[in-house]
Design a protein around this ligand. Structure first.
Ligand code: G3I
Length: 383
């Protein structure tokens, strides 16, 4: 079993390690004080602690890092037993033109996972975002059903038997659009096919890949407040209606993009989701966990990291209560790559600093959130 320092020496070479300020404990580095001495690989890894409770744990994978960054590949193989593509199974990456597919990055990820004995979640078949440029002109009411069905058959069929689960429909509920059932009317899929696109997608997905767990995935349903409560109610009503209509549905994905500072907690919200899913016989996955730290006042990194870890601890304690949640994935592994640092959109309050929302810091050293995750796995009941 390697300590983090030994691991970094192997991955990067002693000289390079010595040049990394974080590993030398320079001012501002936010590592847990004793982390260099704590074994975090092998039996100390996230996946070992998760597996001891029958849990899967993983992260979203950026295809460029997977291709180019040996340290990232080592981290993935060391820490996780499931991966999900951050972008490379979305329409805008898979479908360069209306008639062609590009599976290069998606195939690489699936091959990497196979080599390292990891499971793969597919993300996603149907979403109102990440559509290719040609979509708006080529797809219309007359041919949308054919596009949707062909896409799911082709992509789902290619990876049949290799996927743990698929996010079949992503983010179909959007309360501000004003429908009583909460459906997102601004989605092109809704506009072209009506609400029936959801059932069509799930039925097509089951036929294309009978073994993947078919998942409905959504966000802003975690907190104990009225706004998220309304969305949660609409999501659960959708899932209940689908089950009543015998639509093949196996799991609820709770994205879990949460915040470091909030007036609301998530104990009631999360338990409503879990109880609701349980009543329908669904598994639950935490699919995209990260903690937006922009609202933290202090610039002290150690302090910020501690606050982020505390939010991980609170959230996962709620989510892992009971045995319904079977997998916990973060949206990225390291702060080196997080959507929250793309541009300044999510750095409104502190545009001059980068966010640190993930369990590993930009140098792949474990952050306090790593230890919070491990501790929560240890405290969870066996699945
Ligand atoms: O790769 C190009 C790069 O070549 C180009 O220079 C740059 C300029 O903008 O764009 C890069 O692509 C970006 C890509 O992320 C990779 O970083 C796209 O513009 C950008 O739209 C894309 O954003 C992704 C977003 O989904 C939309 O697909 C984020 O990475 C990804 O983290 C995010 O993930 C979503 C989940 O799928 C669903 N739940 C919410 C979650 C966060 O928004």
């Amino acid at each position: 079993m390697l300590t983090r320092r030994e691991w970094m020496r192997q991955a990067a070479g002693v000289t390079a390690v010595a040049a990394m300020p974080g590993l030398l404990g320079s001012k501002g580095h936010a590592k847990t004080p004793s982390s260099d001495d704590q074994a975090i690989s092998g039996a100390g890894s996230l996946k070992a602690h998760a597996a001891a409770r029958g849990l899967l744990t993983g992260c979203a994978v950026n295809a460029n890092l997977l291709r180019e960054d040996e340290g990232f590949r080592k981290l993935l193989a060391e820490q996780y037993n499931i991966v999900v593509p951050e972008n490379c199974m979305k329409w805008n990456i898979l479908r360069p033109t209306a008639d062609t597919y590009n599976f290069t990055d998606a195939d690489s990820l699936v091959a990497f996972a196979e080599t390292h004995g990891m499971k793969v979640r597919g993300h996603n078949f149907v979403w109102h975002e990440a559509l290719p440029g040609w979509f708006a002109t080529a797809v219309n009411k007359g041919n949308a059903q054919k596009f949707l069905v062909d896409h799911i058959r082709t992509v789902g069929g290619r990876y049949t038997g290799k996927m743990h689960s698929w996010d079949v429909v992503n983010e179909a509920i959007w309360i501000p659009d004003g429908r009583p059932d909460g459906m997102r009317t601004s989605s092109p899929w809704f506009q072209m096919l009506g609400p029936g696109y959801i059932d069509l997608a799930f039925r097509t997905a089951r036929a294309a890949d009978p073994t993947a767990l078919l998942t409905y995935n959504d966000y802003s349903i975690e907190y104990d407040n009225d706004e998220e409560g309304k969305k949660r109610t609409a999501v659960l009503a959708l899932l209940r209606r689908m089950k009543a209509d015998k639509v093949p549905l196996d799991a609820l994905g709770i994205q879990s993009h949460i915040h470091s500072v909030s007036k609301d907690g998530f104990s009631r919200g999360v338990s409503e989701l879990i109880e609701g899913a349980k009543a329908l016989g669904l598994q639950v996955f935490v699919t995209e966990l990260d903690v937006n730290d922009d609202a933290i006042d202090t610039d002290d990194m150690a302090e910020r990291d501690k606050i982020v870890a505390e939010v991980y601890r609170n959230y996962l304690t709620a989510a892992l209560n009971g045995t319904e949640v079977k997998a916990v994935l973060t949206w990225g592994a390291s702060d080196k790559n997080t959507w929250l640092n793309h541009g300044t959109k999510f750095r409104k309050q502190h545009p001059d600093r980068t966010q640190r929302p993930l369990p590993f810091d930009p140098e792949y050293a474990p952050a306090p959130a790593f230890f919070a995750m491990r501790e929560c796995f240890d405290n969870a009941k066996k699945r």
